[in-house]
Design a protein around this ligand. Structure first.
Ligand SMILES: [Zn+2]
Length: 315
């Protein structure tokens, strides 16, 4: 117990409050109490990052809890873990360096979740943008970005990343939702139903999206594997001799239906054994199909259009 805390008797409310071991600075100018944990920190530092914190002690607030340990204090209704994460960013210069390209997606989501929630609520724009940049590297909002993550072979375990959906909704980061839903459409029906993170509405969207993605894969992107039609300029009769439709077994089709992946770029053109004219036509249709799927992706999950999404997420 330091000297300043003994200057006056503590009220009963103060007694039950615990000082955070790392973020209770003797030269701190304000005390923030979150879930009965007190943080004595520097108002000038908070104000530098957030106009909400800047104004917090300028205008009397209804929830203002007087003073604590001789400093102006305020009680915030947040999660203490989230708040600690933000304190780490503000006071530990290299906190963000703790994540690197090898960090698992599950850990990455845990790492940024609290910072994103607090920075959104208190309008800490730099921090919020930093978090969004980090997740958008893994959850792209352009087909080019999607191709990059597919090429990089990022390991997405849908059951581990499903948390990104409620987080993105809560913190208004809709840009990451189409790709997140696309990935989560690969979770089995039973697993989606048993999931305790997604809302029932989002569960329904995942299930409906699964069906729609498979429809698009059959009709727009990988149709040639199921129903090949030769190019009008074909002179070698590819349609009659193409082997591919017969190569796809029922089990392959069933697996595609359960795990639709229309955005997967098809590259094994040689195995189709078709003439160069047919290949050029099918390649071009496949490319157009992928662009079409990407454009439609948000609407498949009732997220509006990409334009709506970009409007909703100003940064
Ligand atoms: Zn041909």
């Amino acid at each position: 117990m330091d000297a300043s805390s003994t200057s006056r008797p503590k009220s009963r409310a103060e007694v039950s409050i615990v000082r955070h071991p790392d973020f209770y600075f003797s030269d701190g100018s304000v005390v923030i109490i979150v879930e009965k944990t007190a943080f004595r920190v520097h108002q000038s530092l908070l104000a530098r990052h957030s106009d909400v914190f800047k104004g917090m002690w300028e205008v009397p607030q209804p929830q203002r809890a007087d003073t604590y340990d001789g400093c102006p204090s305020v009680i915030l209704q947040d999660s203490v873990n989230d708040f600690v994460d933000v304190m780490k960013v503000l006071y530990d210069t290299f906190h963000f360096d703790k994540i690197n390209p090898d960090t698992s997606l599950s850990h990455l989501i845990t790492f940024i979740a609290g910072i994103l929630r607090i920075s959104t609520k208190y309008n800490m724009l730099q921090l919020r943008n930093k978090c969004i940049d980090i997740i958008q590297e893994k959850f792209p909002s352009s087909l080019k970005g999607c191709d990059e993550v597919l090429t990089r072979g990022i390991k997405y375990v849908p059951s581990e990343i499903v948390r990104i959906i409620p987080l993105a909704r809560e913190t208004t980061v809709p840009k990451v939702l189409p790709w997140a839903f696309y990935l989560c459409a690969h979770i089995s029906v039973d697993e989606i139903l048993a999931n305790n993170v997604l809302s029932w509405r989002d569960k329904a969207l995942c299930l409906a999206g699964k069906e729609r993605l498979w429809e698009l894969q059959k009709k727009e992107t990988h149709f040639f594997l199921l129903d090949f039609k030769q190019a009008p300029t074909c002179t070698t009769g590819c349609q009659t001799r193409v082997m591919v439709p017969r190569q796809l077994k029922l089990s392959d089709i069933e697996s595609l239906r359960i795990n639709p992946h229309p955005l997967e770029e098809y590259t094994d053109w040689k195995s189709l054994m078709i003439c160069i004219k047919c290949q050029a036509m099918v390649e071009s249709q496949h490319k157009e199909g992928r662009e079409k799927v990407w454009q439609k992706l948000p609407t498949l999950f009732h997220l509006g259009t990409w334009d709506d999404i970009n409007k909703d997420q100003s940064c």
